[in-house]
Design a protein around this ligand. Structure first.
Ligand code: ADP
Ligand code: ZN
Length: 731
């Protein structure tokens, strides 16, 4: 790409906008000209839209009709590496470029003139009377050199009231000035002493530091059980990146971004990092976006979209809990943050750390093949040891109907409660009961819009569809046969399990941790923290408890249905069950108390259950890898999922059949097509869903072939086509 990097007024520029158009638009450079990569406002019809000067204009449009760029926004031009990243990410995920650019500009008011606020700096005068509080203010300002603070920040840092600062302003010892609102983040101090690392941890940290110093791309899989000190180790890597003057990004699954974690980072580096997540205020988002772009935010802790911030010199990306499925968003832009982190790092010469207790098979295989390096932290830090894993053979237990906790598990919980410890009952099912059944005719209440059963949520006093979120009242009368009073809940959800726990353990405080029971992520996190502090004796939890929280009092985890995840036909069913069970078990016994995990299962001899019990991860991965390799599926082959959907099932199948018959572009690369078939969930929100699956060999450039193939059909009416490269789940 041989581009001029500056365009004079009137030169033609090609602008990529965030609007859903499939090409660049030509404009004339504005008065004063503009840089390649400049963020600009351009006219589009009657509107003004955001765009980026992407290239020189093509000039194949009537020159007289070409309009001018309205203005260049007050933001650093997009860097070359971001430009490349957006192009490659779009090509990899088959996402239109404007949608990718939208991810890269998710900060409101980028073009607004910066608003002002009052800031405080060291003045020259000496105060008349140097009280302790006043001295602390001056010391704080001294310590941070020429940085400035807001009133609130300074008061907090110095531990004084704002009137102390105002008093110093009057005397000229502190200066009060107007300053733009988007303040730089405070400098982090990588040389504050960290924890004394164990030998194992030291080795891992040294390896990562050396990798960062090369300033070349590389990826390391950092594996270690929960509590082995992965976080301590990668914070050392962050410190090294900061020392080298490079920026660092730590990605976490959103729910793991807790106050506890942030406090830990602050303790290590002396000040808070930039926090990028869905709860951040608009002002804060804008500030982070700008400061990251100016290199004035050294460390970003964030959810997956933080990958699209305009870093100046990114040196390290950590993907914590790298196996977590929430890194692949299943709606909107389909990308896996883990893969995009690797892509981004390879463009800018950064190192990637993938941290997990239970890596994804993809990452494990990449480490086996030498594509990634691998570091193992063997033991848990300090006295805590991995929990003991036991199976409860449910074939030998007798349970009365409507009961899910076996006697064996009940006795184990009783023992923990007597010892004043916490126990957790894990069930990966929200709501009260997954099925509402008519005892007279056998009818099961389903969603009117989806091909799914309605789940009873007693807490809401309604039935809910977990696909579309639609709800309806719990029927008194069977909607099918009209029988009265015969509708009954079947099967357990966490709400029902809580009811049973209250019965079985009348003295215990029972708490349910399920994402739908709390109004906000914040409320949920607050509850998690309260429970960690001992606010409950028996915790009933869904999947979300598996994500990196610390429950120091917890010494027993009882898994109600260890077989649940193995039922699906999903490619990753075994892997998911293995990871989830290991992660959940890892909640037990984090502090000084050893833990136990008990798995209720009807198939204790199933290879996955046996691998979980034996704790033999390498054996599990090898077996799973061998199976996938034999089947030619990821990571040993490539896949793309195509979902066609529309209100009319016949029309949807027509398009799907047309594609299935015209596969020349796929044949050219040796890819095969399976389907069409109704998707596992054949109807969502009234739209019928039909899927095709493309399979190809490992080295195949699948995206280009798929793009050509689906490009053969013109979608008429309300039919939609979505391509999912490397699908994570099949629904
Ligand atoms: P992981 O990320 O693998 O779950 P953490 O880094 O969170 O593990 O470590 C678990 C706990 O043990 C944390 O509270 C951490 O501060 C502590 N810890 C780990 N390593 C050390 C160490 N070398 N010295 C002191 N505390 C440590
Ligand atoms: Zn529904």
């Amino acid at each position: 790409m041989n581009q001029p990097d500056f365009f004079d007024e009137g030169d033609l520029v090609g602008v990529l906008t965030t609007q859903p158009l499939d090409r660049l638009l030509d404009y004339k450079a504005p008065e004063g000209g503009c840089h390649l990569g400049a963020f600009v406002e351009v006219p589009l019809g009657p509107r003004k839209v955001l765009g980026v000067v992407w290239s020189a204009g093509r000039g194949d449009y009537d020159l007289a009709k070409i309009r001018s760029v309205i203005r260049v926004l007050d933001a650093a031009p997009m860097r070359d590496e971001m430009h490349i990243f957006i192009e490659k990410a779009a090509a990899y995920t088959l996402t239109p470029m404007p949608a990718m650019l939208r991810l890269g500009t998710r900060a409101p008011g980028l073009g607004d003139p910066p608003s002002m606020r009052k800031i405080y700096r060291r003045g020259t005068a000496t105060p008349e009377r140097l009280t302790d509080a006043r001295r602390r203010v001056l010391d704080t300002l001294q310590r941070y050199g020429d940085l400035s603070f807001t009133l609130k920040e300074l008061a907090e840092q110095a531990g004084v009231t704002s009137s102390v600062i105002k008093g110093l302003v009057k005397q000229g010892a502190v200066l009060e000035e107007d300053s733009p609102r988007d303040l730089p983040f405070l400098r982090m101090d990588p040389d504050r002493p960290g924890k004394d690392l164990t030998d194992d941890q030291k080795r891992a940290a040294a390896h990562l530091k050396a990798a960062i110093r090369t300033e070349r791309y590389g990826t390391t899989l950092l594996r270690g059980v929960t509590g082995s000190g992965k976080t301590e180790v990668y914070l050392e890597a962050v410190a090294e990146a900061l020392r080298m003057g490079r920026q660092a990004l730590v990605l976490l699954p959103e729910i793991a971004l807790t106050a506890e974690f942030l406090a830990r980072v602050e303790a290590r580096f002396g000040t808070r990092p930039a926090e990028w997540h869905s709860g951040a205020t608009m002002t804060e988002r804008r500030r982070i976006w700008r400061m990251v772009g100016q290199g004035q935010a050294q460390l970003v802790i964030g959810a997956r979209s933080a990958l699209f911030l305009p870093y100046q010199h990114l040196g390290l990306i950590v993907v914590d809990e790298e196996h977590d499925t929430s890194y692949k968003q299943e709606d909107g832009v389909l990308y896996n943050a883990r893969d995009m982190a690797v892509l981004r790092a390879s463009i800018c010469g950064a190192h990637v750390v993938l941290a997990s207790a239970t890596p994804s098979l993809e990452s494990w295989a990449n480490a086996e093949s030498g594509k990634y390096q691998r570091l193992d932290l063997k033991a848990r830090f300090g006295p805590a040891v991995m929990p003991q894993m036991n199976a409860i053979d449910m074939r030998a237990e007798t349970l009365s109907s409507g009961r899910w906790v076996s006697d064996t598990l009940k006795r184990a919980v009783d023992a923990r409660l007597e010892a004043g410890e916490q126990a957790m009952l894990f069930l990966n099912r929200r709501g009260y009961a997954p099925i509402t059944l008519c005892r007279a005719c056998g009818h099961q209440v389903g969603c009117d819009q989806c091909d799914a059963r309605m789940v009873e949520h007693r807490f809401l006093k309604r039935l809910m569809c977990h696909q579309c979120g639609d709800t309806k009242p719990i029927p008194e009368v069977c909607p099918s046969c009209g029988a009265e009073g015969r509708m009954a809940p079947v099967g357990p959800g966490v709400e029902r399990l809580a009811e049973e726990a209250t019965d079985l353990f009348p003295e215990a405080r029972v708490a349910v941790l399920s994402s739908d029971l709390y109004g906000s992520a914040r409320a949920l996190k607050a509850e998690i923290e309260a429970i960690a502090d001992g606010a409950a004796d028996v915790v009933i939890g869904t999947q979300l408890v598996a994500k990196g929280h610390n429950f120091p009092q917890l010494t027993l985890v009882g898994v109600i249905d260890a077989d649940l995840g193995l039922q699906g036909s999903d490619l990753r069913a075994a892997e998911r069950t293995f990871q989830l069970m290991r992660q959940v078990a890892g909640r037990a016994g984090r502090a000084e108390k050893p833990g136990t995990a008990m798995l209720q299962t009807f198939q204790p001899e199933h290879p996955v259950i046996r691998a979980i019990l034996a704790g033999d991860e390498e054996a599990f991965w090898r077996a799973e890898a061998a199976e996938r390799e034999a089947a030619g599926v990821p990571p040993y082959g490539r896949m793309a999922g195509i979902i066609l959907s529309g209100p009319d099932v016949g029309q949807v199948f027509d398009v799907a059949n047309h594609l299935a018959r015209n596969t020349a572009p796929l044949q050219q690369v040796g890819a095969q097509v399976f389907g069409p078939a109704p998707a596992p969930i054949a109807r969502i929100r009234g739209r019928h869903r039909v899927r095709l699956l493309v399979k190809a060999g490992k080295g195949v450039a699948l995206q280009g072939a798929v793009a050509k193939w689906v490009g053969q059909v013109r979608l008429k009416g309300d039919i939609r086509l979505a391509v999912d490269i490397d699908p994570q789940s099949f629904y």
